[in-house]
Design a protein around this ligand. Structure first.
Ligand SMILES: [Zn+2]
Ligand SMILES: [Zn+2]
Length: 263
């Protein structure tokens, strides 16, 4: 399994992009930044978006992906396939009512035709396994002010976990500990330690909170852990706080990372 970081930050500044990971060229985990990073040709390979939740920093580029794909179809390429958005039903409803509502942005589930839209929606239930192109994806509920799931990815006997946006939580650590061959973990670390209260009310973690959460991981120190969703304007401060925790095989993701997850 190949995971390319398109964006790993919890804020947008020049050179820092919002949450989105490209898995095996065809699957997106969240869609905060794909049209800022991928060429039109690379965007054309995307078939699935697994959406953790509906905060704008995770859905923004659904709008522009759909728009770019739609132009391709109008331009005489009817084979340009649909993109399926997989998420909790309540998140799909939020997208329809508040984002792709023909007011904020066109409803691309009905463009170019009602029967054959550019976007398709597939609702999942927490802990239901969805298989696409040999990749098994399991959504796991996490703690955030809106309905949110992290994801367990499993391919060819190797697993990785993306916690998505979350504060202190339990179930995803139980799932992590139950995996036979967990090879990597990407987790929330959004605010510096002096913003602990803000982190708590907004459903995120600080370096201190992240270190507390990791005590729940049995194989801490054995598998690589990557932090994401840092606020770029306080990145330097956060980097020294993360370092001070002294956790082995742990680092902040960067804009250019590509992870290869093998059994
Ligand atoms: Zn969020
Ligand atoms: Zn976010």
């Amino acid at each position: 399994m190949k995971i390319r970081v398109l964006g790993c930050y919890g804020g947008q500044l020049l050179g820092f992009h919002l949450t989105s990971f490209l898995v095996n060229d065809t699957v997106l985990l969240d869609a905060g930044s794909p049209t800022e990073i991928l060429t039109l040709e690379e965007q054309g390979n995307i078939e699935h978006i697994f959406l953790s939740h509906t905060h704008l920093d995770h859905i923004k580029d659904i709008a522009f992906l759909a728009d770019n794909r739609s132009l391709k179809r109008w331009g005489g390429k009817p084979e340009a396939s649909a993109i399926t958005i997989h998420s909790l039903q309540e998140n799909l409803d939020t997208l329809s009512e508040h984002f792709l509502n023909n007011i904020v942005w066109p409803d691309f589930t009905k463009i170019p035709t009602k029967k054959d839209g550019i976007l398709k929606m597939n609702s999942f239930k927490a802990e239901e396994v969805i298989e696409v192109d040999g990749l098994k994806v399991t959504p796991i509920r996490v703690e955030h002010p809106v309905p949110c799931t992290g994801f367990l990815l499993d391919q060819d006997g190797a697993q990785m976990i993306f916690t998505a946006d979350t504060g202190h939580t339990d179930r995803i650590w139980e799932v992590a500990n139950a995996q036979p061959n967990l090879r990597a973990l990407i987790m929330d670390c959004s605010f510096p330690n002096n913003c602990e209260e803000l982190a708590d009310i907004s459903g995120h973690l600080t370096p201190k909170g992240m270190a507390q959460e990791l005590k729940k991981l049995d194989r801490l120190g054995e598998i690589p852990i990557y932090l994401y969703h840092m606020k770029p304007e306080v990145l330097t401060e956060m980097a020294s706080e993360v370092e001070a925790e002294g956790i082995p095989h742990l680092r902040m993701l960067t804009q250019v990372d590509e992870l290869i997850i093998e059994a």
